[in-house]
Design a protein around this ligand. Structure first.
Ligand SMILES: [Zn+2]
Length: 568
């Protein structure tokens, strides 16, 4: 059966309520562990059927936003998902208070139980008005940014449209457009300050009402940090400062030389090559064909996976009228089908879809045996291990996509992974400071950012731009407003992916693929540090964990000459 034959049927919510209520009651009244697990299974089949319908609507609506049927269905799901969430909470409550908790834990896995406990800890009906305020403020931020209409050379651009010019080979143009973007933020500074100040105070209030010391505790629980804490993260930050910041500085020095500039300014950072970045060759169909060939050669498991995806038409990759922007990978439980959505645009990002998003899809395909929907995917930092590692595991096939620009692609891929780490950690460190001292004034927050920025991103020379010089850069980072403490997850996964890079590309470690496959199969039945251990990786929270891998990356990058980075 192909994707377009997957059947959508709007559920009868009255019947759903009856089913939920009965199954939850069965969990509560079970008189043996078998009965309790049977009742849990009933809820799970209900969950999977609801999620299947919800996913089908989400996917089909994103493929064609003009389709009125799926638009209406989309509104139906928006309206009803809070109800489902309420029943879900009742279900978690029933499990946590069950006499057969131990047997159920064995069936659903320990991370499930920890996540259920976390969701209870961070919710209380009395904080509902505060949660609503938090959502409202977050929306105000994204609306404000989306409202940007910036005039440049007679055309009007939004912020991401303008960002395209930041790779211009004309330095004056780079400077001018970066200035325009900074003007947008400084013109809206009072409003941005108000939104963030209210967000911080609201979140602090949420923490206090729930009985926590500060919002950092709530943030960690919301992010389901199941087996590490802020002390661990502090160790990791030090590692990044010690090993990754110096290598990043070297990378930027080399970039300056390559693009022919002596004093690298912040508006030069986006220009890696004067002759442009590596671009994939061929039509979208040819790129997909290369992907199919790659996965067949990589392993029997990836070969079977990509055939499944192609045969069932579970990939929608090319931009077309009415299609939503961006890209994602999701999963349709009743059909045990991953789904990949993207908008190819002729950049190396198209290949990332076939490695990164396909890495996510491959993981969920491998863990489709898991009956508990909550742990089909692992928590966020672990999810990205699979996708970011696949980007590197796929390296031996990059010539299929980039031809004689393969070295350029590989250099950028690895170097940008390195320079991203200090920024990602900076975003996280800043938020710790903010929520530890919720009464800082907006000016104090900006001073704090600038102080930390000088530690983590010492190469940032703002060339006298007062807005950035005064510490305003972070206001561009939506996660700081909408998803507190999320950002570091990408960096944790990146350092794990670097280890897979070293093992597969440098050490020719034959066991690396087996380890990768293992953690894909496990899905979310293990926590982050357990997954790291199962994969035979070093924990980023241990002192010295980055030393060897960063040194190997340095050697590798130095081994690629700048000549090899020229387009031939
Ligand atoms: Zn991802």
């Amino acid at each position: 059966m192909k994707f377009n034959q997957y059947e959508y049927q709007r559920p009868d919510m009255e019947q759903v309520e009856v089913n939920y209520t009965n199954s939850i009651a069965a969990v509560q009244s079970a008189t043996s562990s078998e009965e309790a697990i049977e009742a849990v299974k009933q809820v799970q089949s209900l969950q999977k059927s609801l999620d299947t319908q919800n996913q089908l609507v989400g996917i089909r609506h994103s493929i064609d936003t003009r389709d009125t049927f799926y638009e209406e269905e989309s509104a139906f799901w928006d309206e009803n998902s809070p109800l489902i969430e309420k029943w879900q909470n009742e279900y978690y409550q029933a499990i946590l208070t069950s006499d057969y908790l131990e047997a159920i834990t064995e069936y659903v896995s320990k991370p499930f139980i920890q996540m259920a406990e976390n969701s209870m800890k961070v919710f209380d009906p009395k904080i509902i008005p505060l949660l609503q305020t938090e959502n409202k403020l977050s929306t105000e931020y994204s609306k404000l940014l989306a409202s940007a209409a910036i005039e440049y050379k007679g055309e009007t651009y939004n912020l991401s449209g303008l960002a395209a010019f930041q790779q211009s080979i004309d330095r004056d143009e780079r400077k001018a457009v970066t200035q325009l973007s900074s003007n947008f933020f400084s013109d809206n500074l009072d409003e941005l300050d108000r939104i963030y100040d209210e967000l911080v105070k609201t979140r602090n209030q949420i923490a206090l009402e729930l009985g926590f010391k500060d919002f950092i505790e709530v943030g960690y629980l919301r992010m389901n940090r199941l087996d590490y804490n802020r002390e661990d993260v502090e160790v990791y930050r030090q590692e990044v400062l010690k090993h990754v910041v110096p290598l990043s500085e070297e990378i930027f020095k080399r970039q300056a030389k390559r693009i022919g500039i002596e004093d690298l300014k912040y508006y030069d950072l986006n220009l890696e090559y004067v002759d442009g970045n590596a671009k994939p060759i061929g039509t979208p169909e040819e790129i997909v064909q290369s992907g199919v060939k790659m996965y067949h050669e990589l392993s029997p498991e990836t070969g079977e996976f990509i055939d499944f995806m192609v045969e069932k038409e579970l990939l929608d990759l090319v931009t077309k009228p009415g299609k939503q922007g961006g890209g994602y990978c999701t999963y349709i439980p009743d059909y045990k089908s991953p789904y990949i959505f993207s908008n190819f645009n002729g950049t190396s990002g198209d290949v990332d879809v076939l490695t990164h998003e396909a890495g996510h899809a491959f993981q969920v395909y491998q863990s489709r045996w898991i009956e508990t929907p909550e742990v089909i995917w692992p928590t966020f930092e672990s999810c990205e291990i699979h996708s970011m590692s696949m980007e590197f595991i796929a390296w031996p096939w990059m010539e299929l996509f980039f031809g004689d620009q393969t070295d350029k692609y590989k250099y950028s891929h690895l170097a940008s992974g390195v320079t991203f780490l200090p920024y990602g950690v900076l975003v996280d460190h800043f938020q710790h400071e903010v929520y530890e001292k919720p009464n800082m004034t907006p000016e104090e927050r900006r001073q704090t950012w600038r102080k930390l920025e000088k530690m983590y991103n010492p190469w940032k020379d703002y060339d006298g731009d007062t807005y950035f010089e005064n510490g305003g850069f972070w206001m561009k980072q939506g996660h700081i407003f909408a998803s507190p403490f999320y950002y570091i997850d990408y960096t944790l996964a990146q350092v794990c992916a670097f280890q897979f890079w070293k093992r597969t590309q440098i050490d020719q470690d034959e066991t690396a693929w087996e380890d990768y496959l293992n953690i894909c199969r496990l899905g979310g039945t293990q926590s982050f540090l357990q997954i790291v251990e199962t994969a035979n990786l070093k924990s980023p929270f241990e002192e010295g964990s980055l030393t060897a891998v960063i040194e190997t990356i340095r050697e590798y990058l130095n081994g690629i000459s700048d000549e090899a980075l020229q387009t031939k």
